[in-house]
Design a binder for this molecule. Structure first.
Ligand SMILES: O=C(O)CCC(=O)C(=O)O
Ligand SMILES: [Fe+2]
Length: 295
């Protein structure tokens, strides 16, 4: 890749085009791939889905009803936006809901506006899918009354576009550090470039793409609501030394001020949780998460 092709990267990532390093062939250990459980959205069964979420905390969703053309257009639009020169993106997106952040080594995330309504449409459809999945899991958990009704209603939603740029030096490096999501549920449209890895049974495993499907993982709030029955799976993303990976991530959060009650945690709200995460990041440099609220 010529150096000018890196113009869409933050300056710190440029000047690497000419270096062909030993890492070119993939310096990181090759992890075994895992076949995630596949769930058919048209045939949701509470007990079967519950079992998958107890064992894995993550699955592939097929027949989800979000038109492939919508996902493809949003992926194309994300790629176009993300490929604009870095300085132009900084000017254009400054102060907008579109954010461009450097917190992770190789991810850059314009999100929200500027996709000509595609992001909003995709977000609305993802939200409907997430709600149905939540209802199915609530059924399996036997959540009733107020506890069930209020967990998803008015839930916060966030759509994030991630780019894991190609770099010949990427081998062995992470595009996103290991973490759990703070959400109830996360839906990821990961296209056809792999890179996601999950911690399962004490080992890191690579998740291969399954074009047309959505990756669904449970977040910390779902783990808490389920009294730790469901897993908020730890995951990370390998930086790409092949094709660039673009992912579109939809997060559903509980209403900020609704008390979350669980036999495993003292009562807290999602607002409390977020504040604690920020406090920990400042104080200790990483998210401690649910352990801060464990009884
Ligand atoms: O890009 C991905 O596939 C996953 C991103 C992710 O884990 C996150 O945004 O929390
Ligand atoms: Fe995540």
């Amino acid at each position: 890749m010529e150096e000018e092709e890196y113009s869409s990267y933050p300056p710190v990532f440029r000047h690497i085009g000419g270096h062909s390093s030993a890492a070119h062939g993939g310096g990181g250990a090759i992890l075994p791939s895992v076949d995630l459980p596949v769930v058919d959205f048209q045939d949701l069964r509470p007990a079967a889905l519950g079992e998958i979420c107890r064992e894995w905390g993550i699955f592939r969703l097929v027949n989800h009803g979000i038109p492939p053309s919508l996902s493809r257009r949003l992926h194309d639009e994300a790629k176009r936006l993300i490929s604009l020169p870095f300085e132009l993106k900084q000017t254009r997106f400054a102060g907008d809901p579109v954010t461009y952040f450097f917190g992770t080594p190789a991810a850059a995330s314009p999100s929200g506006e500027s996709t000509g309504g595609l992001a909003e449409e995709f977000g609305a459809q993802s939200s409907a899918v997430a709600r149905e999945l939540f209802e199915t899991l609530a059924e399996d958990l036997g959540l009733a009354g107020e506890r069930r009704a209020s967990s998803f209603s008015g839930a916060g939603k966030l759509l994030r576009l991630h780019r894991y740029p190609f770099s010949p030096l990427a081998g062995g490096h992470l595009g996103m550090d290991a973490h759990t999501d703070s959400s109830l549920l996360t839906l990821v449209s990961d296209g056809d470039v792999g890179g996601l890895q999950i911690l399962h049974g004490g080992a890191w495993l690579a998740v291969d793409p399954l074009p047309g499907s959505l990756l669904v993982n449970l977040g910390d709030m779902m783990q808490a609501i389920s009294d730790d029955q469901f897993k908020s799976v730890k995951h990370r993303v390998q930086a790409s030394n092949g094709e660039e990976r673009i992912s579109i991530c939809f997060f559903a959060f509980p209403p900020e001020d609704r008390p979350i009650r669980s036999s495993r945690y003292r009562e807290f709200t999602y607002r409390d949780f977020k504040a604690k995460v920020q406090e920990d990041i400042q104080a200790v440099g990483f998210k401690v998460g649910l352990d801060r609220f464990r009884i």
